[in-house]
Design a protein around this ligand. Sequence first.
Ligand code: ARG
Ligand code: ZN
Length: 878
Amino acid sequence: PVVKREDYAAPAFLVDSVDLCFDLDPAKTRVLNKMWLRRNPAVAAQPLRLDGEELNLARVLVNGEGSSFKLDGNQLVLEKLPEGDQPFELEIFTTCAPAKNSKLMGLYVSQGTFFTQCEAEGFRRITYFLDRPDVMASYSVTLRADKAAYPVLLSNGNLVEQGELDDGRHFAKWVDPHKKPCYLFALVAGQLVSREQRITSRSGGQHLLQVYVRPGDLDKTEHAMNSLMASIAWDEARFGLPLDLERFMIVATSDFNMGAMENKGLNIFNTKYVLANPATATDTDYAGIESVVGHEYFHNWTGNRVTCRDWFQLSLKEGLTVFRDQEFSMDMAGSASARAVKRIEDVRVLRSAQFPEDAGPMSHPVRPDQYAEINNFYTVTIYEKGAEVVRMQQTLVGREGFARGMKLYFERHDGQAVTCDDFAQAIADANPDSELARQLPQFKRWYSQAGTPRLHASGSYDAQMRRYTLTLGQSCPATAGQPAKEAFVIPVALGLLDAQGRELPDSARTVVLSETSQTVVFDDVDAEPVPSILRGFSAPVVLEFDYSDAQLLTLLAHDSDAFNRWEAGQRLALRCALAAVQSPAAVHQPLDAAYLDAMRAILRAPGLDSAFKELVLTLPGETYIAEQLDLVDPQRIHAVREAMREQLAHALHDDWVQAFEANHDNGAFRPDPVSSGRRALAGLALTMLCLAARENGNPVWPGKALQRFKDAGNMTDRVSALGALVGSGSALAAQALERFHALFKGEELVLDKWFALQAGAPDRGGNILPQVKQLLSHPDFHLRNPNRARSLIFSYCNANPGAFHRADAAGYLFWSERVLEIDAFNPQVAARLARALDRWSKLAEPYRHAAREAIARVAAKPDLSNDVREVVTRALAD
Ligand code: ARG
Ligand code: ZN
């Protein structure tokens, strides 16, 4: 059942208003849905087809009278409706079973509380409806439930009425002042408490902000509330977009398929992105909360006020909103160095997850042309590459020009369901003299063509003419269904350095490459310069330039662009890694002296922030290294990277000691960029020192790590010390793990870390898989809780290639069993796991054959979900 973008047709009926009444009961919830509909005058008359899934239908009334209907698969079809354009009332009465809803789509129960998740197509699991984003309606919602079990009753908008009912039940009525597509509907009912904050916005509006959590978790809500207040202030300051609601609520749940959901006025979050205090959450968790709270809040305009015409346009809201949350985090970070650190982190995600996706069987354009299951397209391509496509538009029109474009976008489209074309058009129209406006049709190939473009650059220096010529070219590999690609519009930020690392005056510029090849000429150049190309990662491409080691060392030491400094270090390390992986000899010491000296210099440099040092000193990941190769031996890559880490640990031993001493003490915990950077570098130093101790047998550093683990005043230090012990295979690891478990028995999110740490530990002699299997039957392991399943199973299959890719294929067998097991109750989570073997066709033997067999084993199951079916079918076609 493939859905195609080209088949889009406007809805035959429009829904003006929806009045929902819920009698909440976990076993059998009754839903009365009264709608006012009318025929869409722009579409030829036809029957009304409403979507519904796993519903029990009891009654259908049209204008108060019984009406004939039929069921066609998952659709309720009404053929004899009033003719003409007049509105009519349709009343549908259904029941559903929230307690049995293990897919976590629609209305479900988590730990005794009701939650909903409707995006993308979950509303049809609540009632029959035109479940598509271009049908926008006004909602009023009445919730009725037992008062003792469900004291808090929430839905979108404003609370207009509440009161008591018979039999210990009560009710609440909510009215949403804004029209919305049904995927933004939400309700919550249960025993919850809230942190509240009243604010006055810069435009004078009064608002009530609430963060709802389970009783006992209130002490973990301060950071989420602060992040929400900061998001509101930022959107108003940067884009002039105010909060348009009297009340804005965030509710946390432990059972959630994804990160969070932007339901209008009632965001529902995975607890992972709400709950934090210094004892239980790491710096990474704090940063994740800030960015996800921002992300969902920013959807209030980009997604909710202006939404998507159809799900092929998903990146219209997701790419744009990720771009906005990235900018928000950068502005919050403050210093230029902290901004660069955020940029490097974002690019690392893009290159280690999106580039492989773009080169694999699930590759798709930012605006896909077809899908079998829309839930499979909430991808790094739609989100992260989509954000890069928006970022390039900002680069092409400038920051102010982009804000102008956003203004025009809302002037034109507020209250509408629109397309990616509409967005780009608004940005271009607001900047008629820009390069974007001049080349808009070609620029939009970023939306339609999949695959990661290659940017080929080469330089030639003419000493006589004192002229340096940089030639830029582009190509893009074929992807499934797109054998030939046309040229992209690629903004290339660049500058030239002299051999001493000084920037040549006036050499910095942004070149817009739109041809297959273009040259850039620099005059009055005294000697062959070092080009710093693709500064700030100005486009989501692979830069190919034949840098000498000396040039990379110059960039690493001196470039004014912090991103390219980091990138030069990564290129040097990657070179050593690839040479070692490809050499027939045994892996011994992959890193050369020049690289080690350069790393030492970075570690010692007084003017660099700790956070930046930590990024530079972190080697490229195994997946990133694998992406550079046509034939991948995961064991070989793992061995090489481990050898590199050990070499770095030994060669820089005394500097690691220095770095630890200088960064380990940070006083009271504050999650700001400077102190989190210091903790990150101290953590890396400790990891390195424990790794070095593994070889030299000196127990001092493992002993210190254990002590630090025990005394830690915050989770970041505690978990990094524990990680240092586990990662180095220290004999002290077991007791530390045991103690960690005992300390945090009741803390779900901390137990997730405990499982993840063990499943993600470096494999030594095949010990990880047996350990993972054993943990499956640990009393704290709950397969049906997505966070817990991810912490154990995904950490092993997706994040630990050295342990997962076993010559005996046992890792793949384990994977196929878990995919099938999870698919039986939660297809969305199963389909994510199914993607762990996306890149099977690049594997060397014996892995390749075994991986294909494992995928075929999954595909052979007759009653697979649509979700998993699509993933494995595409994988086998690769
Ligand atoms: N719109 C949400 C976000 O990006 C993601 C919801 C995805 N849910 C799903 N079932 N695919 O914030
Ligand atoms: Zn989003």
